[in-house]
Design a protein around this ligand. Structure first.
Ligand code: CIR
Length: 255
């Protein structure tokens, strides 16, 4: 089984509320955000991961969404060219942390990739084509992954910010997925937990070594997850959600 040993995270800065967002859920609170981030880091630590906590980057209010500027597989780390101009540059101070663990590769102009569009299932990768990840970026990333012995396919992301806003791995041959992606042929071999239309946010679930971290406040999804008989950790990510982020976005996990 794929096992994670490490996670890289980054603290949200006091100005995190000036990051990009499309949600209309109100102004987030820094005090609450800091608390929720701390609980998240603690949960990863409790699951046995060695968690690196990088300092906030004041000039990049979205930089604590550390999953977006890189992709780490079992064999390679890819430094992304982020899809949002305002976020380009976040990767600069992340690259040295990654270089300690994996050979580094990079995505170049005109390609763009956000790690939130990259769903890793063991050695296979689904790369979402979205407003952030373009075809050139996906092909560059796919080429790098293929050279390192992985396989990949692209998926059109119809709605939601990133691919992983709508689908995530639950371990084994199981996915949690929104109705919109339920019939996607590339997911046919998986058993699927379908989230209700009014609980779409609950599709952003983080698998960590057999435990599922899931967002608080989605009772139907919670009930569906309970049926799986896997350990669950419920985390409040209300403030992160206000910034269009979720549980997967706030860390890079690797073995
Ligand atoms: C952004 O719009 O880029 C950030 N406010 C949210 C990024 C969330 N990241 C993710 O889903 N992987």
């Amino acid at each position: 089984m794929m096992m994670f040993k490490h996670a890289i995270t980054r603290l949200p800065g006091e100005n995190f509320a000036s990051g990009l967002t499309t949600s209309n859920l109100g102004t987030p609170s820094f005090t609450l955000m800091r608390e929720q981030h701390r609980a998240y880091v603690e949960a990863l630590g409790d699951l046995g991961l060695k968690v690196i906590v990088l300092p906030a980057l004041p000039e990049y209010p979205d930089a604590y969404f550390v999953e977006d500027p890189a992709v780490i597989s079992s064999r390679v780390a890819v430094v992304n060219r982020l899809g949002a101009a305002a976020r380009q540059g976040e990767e600069v101070s992340l690259a040295p942390a990654l270089a300690q663990y994996r050979p580094l590769e990079r995505i170049f102009f005109p390609g763009s990739v956000d790690g939130g569009d990259v769903l890793m299932i063991g050695e296979h990768f689904f790369i979402g084509i979205s407003e952030r990840t373009n075809m050139s970026g996906a092909e560059q990333l796919g080429g790098i992954l293929t050279r390192h012995g992985h396989t990949y396919e692209t998926v059109a992301v119809g709605e939601g910010l990133h691919l992983k806003s709508s689908v995530n791995w639950l371990g084994g041959e199981r996915l949690i997925v929104t109705q919109a992606l339920a019939e996607y042929p590339g997911f046919a071999r998986f058993e699927k937990i379908l989230v209700d239309d009014d609980e779409e946010y609950a599709a952003n679930i983080l698998w960590v070594n057999g435990t599922l971290l899931h967002p608080k406040g989605f009772p139907k999804a919670r009930h569906q997850l309970e049926q799986l008989g896997m350990p669950l950790i419920e985390l409040d990510v209300s403030e992160v959600r206000k910034m269009d982020g979720g549980l997967t976005c706030m860390s890079l996990r690797f073995g």
